[in-house]
Design a protein around this ligand. Structure first.
Ligand code: CDP
Length: 198
């Protein structure tokens, strides 16, 4: 079974997807981490960023180095949304994601899991929250100024939503879940219940 959780930055995808996967005994796939690794490889001047070895698991590795923290830096977020607009990058990473999710039960989170990577997913969730709440959560997470995060988030949201290839959009059959003012536990229980109905 595949549960796709898509949505904009800071909607709570990672936290929620991780917890849903743990509750159901599924494997968690953070597709954004893959785009972030390509971005970091590029920022570091890797000769072939798409060919760099990415390790997905509890810790994210790039060429064997633990980059779990490094890939969350604001400049990597910015570059990730740029590299993610390139068709050759999407093609390569989508192929890897499809291969992974074919190997078992997954909760996969990203921007295009329910629309492009796996349109046949048994459950599709589009996770949202108000822009202010999303920026606030991210600011707390990385210890940055909420106003600054909101400005950067607005640029990234606009780029993700208007790019030509796989723009961020809810699949027609996705269940929209607004996390504004709801606890992580409430949201997770809601999604686990939805999964139980499938
Ligand atoms: O954690 P956050 O939602 O801020 O970002 P992320 O999920 O780690 O994704 C970082 C960037 O990768 C996003 O701004 C998107 O441009 C891109 N991305 C994408 O295009 N498709 C995906 N399936 C996942 C991420």
């Amino acid at each position: 079974m595949l549960i796709a959780i898509d949505g904009p930055a800071g909607a709570g995808k990672s936290t929620v997807a991780r917890a849903v996967a743990a509750a159901l005994g599924f494997t968690y796939l953070d597709s954004g981490a893959m785009y972030r690794c390509v971005a970091l490889a590029e920022l570091r001047g890797h000769p072939d960023p798409l060919g760099a070895a990415i390790g997905l698991g509890e810790r994210i590795t790039l060429e064997g180095e633990d980059v779990s923290t490094a890939i969350r830096a604001p400049e990597v977020s910015e570059r990730a949304s740029e590299v993610a607009a390139r068709p050759e990058v999407r093609e390569a990473l989508v192929a890897m994601q499809r291969e992974l999710i074919a190997s078992g039960d997954y909760v996969a989170e990203g921007r295009d899991i329910g629309t492009v990577v796996a349109p046949g997913a048994e459950l599709k969730v589009f996770l949202t929250a108000s822009p202010q709440e999303r920026a606030h959560r991210r600011a707390v997470q990385i210890g940055a100024d909420a106003g600054q995060v909101l400005r950067e988030q607005t640029v990234r949201d606009a780029r993700d939503a208007t790019r030509e290839h796989s723009p961020l959009a809810a699949a027609p059959d996705a269940v929209e879940v607004d996390t504004t003012g709801r606890t992580r536990e409430e949201v997770v229980a809601h999604i686990v219940a939805l999964a139980g109905e499938r």
